[in-house]
Structures are given as C-alpha cells and as structure tokens.
Design a protein around this ligand. Structure first.
Ligand SMILES: NC(=O)c1ccc[n+]([C@@H]2O[C@H](COP(=O)([O-])OP(=O)(O)OC[C@H]3O[C@@H](n4cnc5c(N)ncnc54)[C@H](O)[C@@H]3O)[C@@H](O)[C@H]2O)c1
Length: 324
C-alpha cells in the first residue's frame, strides 16, 4: 500500500528527467518528502519553471536545465545517480501526428541517450515512462502486457521503441530497466492550458470559468484514469524491484474504467455548474476503450494502488479549486 514507507539506502540520489512536468514534479516532491536527494533534468520545453522553483530551497534538490537529446548532458546528469526515473518526452497523440520527426528525436533518441548514460555511469535502476498507447488498435479488454495491436500514432511508436531499447539494455548490458505503461494519469499540477491539454484538467478549468467544454466524439469512450499517487508508488516500487523483473514493461493504472461522459457530468455536479458539453469530431489516432490488467505489476513489482478514480478525482478537484 502506498509508497511513503518505502526505504532506500541512505543518501540515495534519484535523477528525474522531465522533472519540471506534471508527473516528474510529483515524483521529485514525493522523493524529497521521503528525505532522499533529487536531481531534475528538464529542458523546460513543456514543463514549467514554477515546478522547479518550488523545490529550489531544498538542499536535497538540484536542477539542471538541459536536453536529453544531448548525450553529454545525460552523462553529466547521471553522475553519481542511483535511480533514474526517465519521464522526459513530449506527450499528445494529435501533436505527434503533426510533427513525427521531432517525436522520434525527442522521445526515442532522448531515451536512448539516457539508457546509454545510465549504463556508462553505473545507475542501479532505470525506470521510464511508457504509455497505454502501445496497445494500439488491440480491442481486447482489459489490456494485458504481451497482447498489443497495430500502433496508431507516432507517439505510440516512440513509446514502443523505448520499450524495445530498454529491453535490449537489460539483455545485453545488464541495466535493470522497468517500463511504466501509464494509463491516462491525472491529479495536481497537470496543466489545463494549451491545445494539447489532458481532458480532466481542461474540463475542470473551463467549467470553473463557466465556459462550455468540447467532448471529442460521443463521450462514450472509456479510459482507466489513474491518479498521480498510484504512479508515484509504481515508480518507487520499480526502483526496489528485483533484477528478475527487469527488461519488462508494466501496466500502471488503477484497473477501472470510466466513460468520458460520466466524468463530465460528475464534474458538473461536483463543481455545481449547469453547463451542457459541445460534441466535436473524434480525434485521429484515439482508441475507443481502455482498461488495464494490472496483475503483472502487482505480482512482480508489488504495486498495490491506493487511489480509485473516485478517490483521485475528489482530490484533483480540490487542488484545482485552490490553485487555478
Ligand atoms: N500524463 C499522462 O497521462 C501520461 C500517459 C502516458 C504516458 N505519459 C508519459 O509520462 C511522461 C511524463 O508526462 P507528463 O504528463 O508529466 O508530461 P509533461 O509534459 O508535463 O512533462 C514532460 C516533461 O519533460 C520535459 N522534456 C520534454 N522533452 C525533453 C527533453 N528533450 N529534454 C529534457 N526534458 C524534456 C518537459 O519540459 C516536461 O517538463 C512522458 O514521458 C509521457 O509521455 C504520460
């Protein structure tokens, strides 16, 4: 249950790439609160300076502004590091369809640089962000590791390649790698701004402003929305996982399934607003349903998520009410 009780060797140093982003900054915060050292590497391309500034007073926190596309930067960032939590990447399926070459360089070459630097610097565990998008058009529910379909976007391809590279680094170089296939993560600090913002923060922001959100498609698509604290738990437990569990990718979700339209009306009720949604066209590269089988992560990583969607959304709403 949870992660706050987990123990790492004294003075452990964690490198969080993408630590100025949503998931990365939550990882930095959790690790600092547990009393360990964090080095954050981020180029601030989609991340926020404020997600760095909030930790700068903590002597256990160090920030390097740099790009994982540069191997030298990765080498320096990995010096003396015990655990790498590689979150740096560009997200968004639709944006990846607009700029496939950039996605290949940023999300694949960047992660490959981090794998290589981790290997050369003797990092103990390399935990990295993958995505449920690797299941592509596979209709089987729940999604189970090993049953993947045709990929539907450049973004999904980048995550699939990262998994294959990581597997090779475990196989040939003995680097312990663990892929986290996140399913629609949500919670504090996820940005509601920009054309590619995720649906939950975007809806909350618009509803709080009294504006009408647009649902892509009919709203009957479903997702295994996963609260951020479950993701923190998975990453930290992967750092403590045995080598036998390395070279694998794991579904990281709660194991539930929410329909977008139900989430919408749940939010209008919780926020006490009476606004009907707009319905727009389906998004290219999107799948209709997603729901994870999390038994592999439970069995091999000891992952045991605390927060259901209902628990998480209450906390997220409270956070946005106070912070937007
Ligand atoms: N949020 C989700 O629901 C979700 C789902 C599946 C997978 N993921 C993956 O999880 C990771 C974190 O996602 P997030 O939602 O926190 O996104 P985010 O955009 O908030 O964070 C990503 C961070 O990486 C940084 N970054 C990007 N490219 C970089 C580079 N070349 N060098 C250094 N830093 C770079 C950005 O500046 C940003 O701070 C990503 O790999 C993403 O693909 C997220």
């Amino acid at each position: 249950m949870g992660y706050k009780h987990l123990k790492f060797p004294e003075n452990s140093l964690f490198l969080v790439t993408g630590g100025a982003g949503f998931i990365g900054s939550n990882l930095c915060e959790a690790i600092l609160n547990m009393g360990y050292k964090v080095r954050c590497l981020d180029d601030l391309s989609t991340g926020k300076q404020e997600n760095v500034d909030m930790f700068l007073d903590n002597p256990n926190y160090e920030f390097i502004k740099g790009d994982i596309k540069d191997l030298d930067t990765c080498m320096k960032a990995c010096e003396g590091v015990d655990f790498v939590l590689n979150q740096a990447a560009w997200g968004s399926v639709p944006r990846s369809l607009e700029m496939p070459i950039f996605y290949c360089k940023n999300n694949i070459e960047g992660t490959l640089n981090m794998l290589e630097a981790s290997r050369q610097q003797g990092v103990k565990k390399f935990v990295y962000a993958s995505s449920s998008s690797v299941y592509g058009d596979e209709p089987k529910l729940p999604k189970t590791e090993g049953v993947e379909g045709n990929l539907l976007s450049p973004y999904a391809l980048t995550k699939r390649c990262d998994e294959e590279w990581a597997k090779l680094y475990t196989m040939h170089y003995g680097l312990d790698t663990y892929g986290m296939r996140y399913f629609n993560v949500f919670g504090r600090r996820q940005t509601p701004y920009g054309a590619y913002a995720a649906v939950i923060p975007k809806f909350i922001k618009l509803l709080l402003k009294g504006e009408q959100p647009t649902i892509n498609g009919d709203g009957k698509q479903s997702r295994d929305f996963t609260y951020i604290d479950n993701v923190i738990e998975a990453n930290l437990k992967a750092c403590l996982a045995p080598s036998e569990a390395a070279g694998e990718a794991y579904n990281i979700a709660f194991g539930g399934r929410e329909y977008l339209i139900d989430i919408y009306y749940g939010l209008t009720e919780a926020l006490k607003v009476d606004i009907e949604p707009n319905f727009g066209p389906d998004r290219k590269g999107d799948i209709k349903h997603s729901n994870a089988d999390i038994s592999k992560a439970k069995r091999l990583l000891g992952y045991d998520p605390d927060y259901s969607f209902a628990d998480g959304i209450k906390l997220a709403i409270e956070w946005y009410k106070e912070n937007l």
